[in-house]
Design a protein around this ligand. Structure first.
Ligand SMILES: Nc1ncnc2c1ncn2[C@@H]1O[C@H](COP(=O)(O)OP(=O)(O)O)[C@@H](O)[C@H]1O
Ligand SMILES: [Mg+2]
Length: 368
């Protein structure tokens, strides 16, 4: 388990920036034992700094960090355990592989100073290399490896000292799309089979959805939302999260009534009256409601719908064929909507269509 409580880290006066940057702004987070939690957010939101604080490479200004039940940093108790005593393994985006060493030597390097006998250390390196499928390449010089193989060396090196937790900082960002997908499946399989606790950093929403038990979405040094991948995608709470993960239509509405959790309420929007389901946590706004509708939840048809509720006429203004689906832009009155439609549906720019949405797919957001 990794636990962060009220973690704060500011930087002062970097060239080109004025004043103070609150890179980590009061973060509290629990990474349950054996799970993989992802910090997801745009560049500069404080992901790397959070990870470096956990690793002991950055000294926080305040808060507490514990790893596996042991406090490694506490501002209140003036505790700061040095990095090499924190029992963590870390994998970076730049693989940080030594070019003048072989695969074996690169991994063994992480055990230097550990007082293991040469037989023990050989055994551990062999085991780590086997875990990442590199046993056959152990005597290869590092520069002879492909990008994916170098990343595996970096993972083996992080695992070799049998750490309590693994920290990953955008480990796949330098690989091409295809390899990134293969590697993320491999990393996930490895993490699960070892049952190791992992904190994973990425700015790539698809990667976060695919690899995580929990996603913590960050913005401006804060965690704005945390949940299972399907929750943050299907039921985002804030506009920032709705827009950062996946694509979304946002409609601004004036609530016409107030209803309890799970009930249907309605609001007046530029499209007309729209019905939506009040979430189970009962969040409601009185003045203004923002409704998030995913492009794949808009149903497009040529025929007129039977019911008039949550249904509008519109016109296709742009289309692109994306393989699994067609991405289209529609105009309904003054409103432009984006919809994903079946790839075999034959429809073209200029066509008049009917747009429908299920009220339970209209998600009211809380303002940021
Ligand atoms: N060593 C540093 N000195 C000054 N500012 C820094 C330093 N490291 C990071 N920052 C600033 O802190 C903020 C968060 O950075 P970082 O944690 O690297 O974000 P991310 O990994 O999410 O892209 C940014 O504004 C960045 O410029
Ligand atoms: Mg970073």
């Amino acid at each position: 388990m990794i636990s962060l409580t009220d973690l704060v880290k500011s930087f002062y006066g970097r060239t080109g920036q004025r004043g103070t940057v609150r890179a980590v702004d009061n973060i509290s987070l629990v990474v349950p034992g054996g799970s993989l939690v992802t910090l997801l957010g745009p560049s500069g939101c404080g992901k790397t700094t959070t990870l470096r604080c956990i690793a002991g490479l950055e000294r926080p200004d305040g808060g507490e960090i514990s790893i596996g039940g042991q406090t490694v940093f506490s501002s209140r108790r003036s505790m700061n355990v040095p990095p090499h005593k924190r029992r963590i393994g870390m994998v970076f985006q730049s693989y940080a592989i030594w070019p003048h060493m072989t695969v074996y030597e690169n991994v063994a390097y992480a055990l230097e100073g550990s007082k293991l006998s040469s037989r023990e250390s050989k055994e551990k390196v062999g085991k780590a290399l086997a875990l990442v499928g590199l046993s056959k390449l152990e005597s290869q010089p590092a520069p002879h490896l492909s990008g994916g193989e170098q990343q595996r060396v970096a993972v083996a090196r992080a695992l070799v000292s049998e750490p309590d937790v693994l920290l990953f900082d955008e480990p796949l960002s330098n690989l091409d799309a295809k390899l990134r997908e293969t590697m993320r499946r491999e990393l996930r399989r490895l993490q699960k089979s070892l049952g190791i606790t992992a904190l994973y950093v990425t700015h790539d929403q698809t990667e976060a959805l695919a690899i995580s038990d929990l996603i913590a979405v960050m913005n401006n040094g804060k965690i704005v939302e945390i949940g299972e991948p399907s929750d943050v995608y299907n039921r985002p709470r804030s506009k920032f999260v709705a827009e950062f993960i996946g694509q979304t239509n946002i409609l601004v509405g004036r609530p016409l009534n107030s209803r309890g959790p799970g009930e249907f309420a309605s609001a007046e929007t530029a499209l007309g009256v729209i019905f939506y389901r009040v979430p189970d946590d009962g969040r409601v706004s009185v003045q203004e409601v923002l409704l998030c509708i995913r492009p794949e939840d808009l149903e497009i048809s040529v025929a007129r719908p039977e019911q008039e509720e949550n249904a509008w006429r519109g016109k296709i203004i742009a289309m692109s064929f994306l393989g699994p689906y067609q991405d289209c832009e529609l105009e309904a009155g003054e409103t432009v909507l984006r919809a994903h439609i079946r790839r075999e549906m034959s429809i073209k720019v200029g066509d008049e269509v009917c747009i429908k949405v299920d009220p339970s797919r209209c998600i009211p957001l809380v303002s940021d």
